[in-house]
Design a protein around this ligand. Sequence first.
Ligand code: NAP
Ligand code: MG
Length: 480
Amino acid sequence: MARIEYAPAPESRAVVKLRRQYGLFIDGEFVEPASGEYYATINPADESPLALIAEGGEADVDRAVRAARRAFTKWSKLSGAERAKYIYRIARILQERAREFAVLESMNNGKPIKESRDVDIPLVAAHFFHYAGWADKLEYAGFGPNPRPVGVAGQVIPWNFPLLMLSWKIAPALACGNTVVLKPAQTTPLTALLFAEVCQQAELPAGVVNIVTGHNQTGAAVVAHKGVDKVAFTGSTAVGRQIAETVAGTRKRLTLELGGKGANIVFDDAAMDQAVEGIVNGIYFNQGHVCCAGSRLLVQESVAEEVVARLKRRMQTLRVGDPLDKNTDVGAINSAAQLARISELSDSGSTEGAERWSSDCALPDKGFWFAPTVFTNVSQAHRIAREEIFGPVLSVLTFRTPAEAIEKANNTQYGLAAGIWTEKGSLILKMASELRAGIVWANTYNKFDPASPFGGYKESGYGREGGRQGLAGYLEADHV
Ligand code: NAP
Ligand code: MG
């Protein structure tokens, strides 16, 4: 099919002022790591180095936790309205500097600028606004009359929504009067470090937010530190399990947001064009690096052929390439390691007998890329139907009745998200009540709002982030 060629529409990088090297953000300033070691963070779209990042170790984590503890004494005693002033100020600065954050996020993560600009960064600011609003209303949040902060929160986040995950962690923690030590993912530290500058600009008291960059062992040090009262983790189920073991038997509180294998369920009466858009948004948004991605399409047998044909036609129009080009729909895979994992799992799909089809887009020579891919003839036993691929790869299964759809959708170790496409309200309600998933979308997919709670069942973790429910993890209260 002929595709209209668009002229390139690159977003300017000039808004971003990168430093050559970034220290750790501890007690309100950037400091050298104890080891003196730095590693390079790159742009996954062309593998060019962006900056040198401090490798934080146990001594640095200790220093950050102590700073957070000292800051807690004063921060926790401020009135909610006083804390809210700072959080509102952060939210407004994030809006003012939105373009800078969007460009930097796309450079370090590989996601298309239209997503970082229109989805990630606006949602980040919205999260801070939302939780600023809660700070002076905590006694009305439904947790009893005297909610108190937990203390120092140790927070570890992944690379797929770097700044958004930071906001989900930091905004509620601060609103409730806690202080934090946050470890960004090793591949995507830059927007967290720019956020540290925003904390300075907002004159947030020193030590309330500390950012310690580094690798796995830096995260492990945050989780294990005796001075941490609450651990909040978003990432893989394997690492979540290790963290649960570390925290077991301590006084620490724990919330885990882990992996998923979401079912996007299309009934024969669904509005077909909208459903196809929803399928595309469900799995190709953010290169499929989405824990709640609709990575399993369950389509009613009578319309399966037509849905798949329309889906392929739509996939041919997806523009894959330069994340900073405003026309781009699908950007770069975040790392060589993630690309290897996506390739390995996709190869297993072919080996196990599923039928593979990819859009015939041209991929850039440099950087990490994977064409949008769909597998048909998938059975429930295939690895691509069971394991989280975390890439732009969709597995299609079919069903005949609602009961079969529910059984197949629930046949997974995970339980994060699901989607339903039908005109029948009664069917939506029935499905939603029987699906074992923390989030169920109806006739839409991947819709986020700071007021709605997000979290999983089963091996997708426990605890909720967002909304009133998202306060619970950060409060000591009579009814938490
Ligand atoms: P990951 O390996 O679990 O890493 C997540 C974070 O934990 C990173 O900062 C990582 O540091 C750190 N880490 C690694 N090992 C650790 C340990 N033993 N102790 C403490 N921290 C440790 O996950 P990922 O591969 O980066 O992200 C992909 C996975 O995250 C997918 O499975 C996806 O489903 C899940 N995820 C879930 C959600 C959700 O909300 N439920 C959101 C996003 C992603 P390094 O960066 O150095 O590895
Ligand atoms: Mg990792």
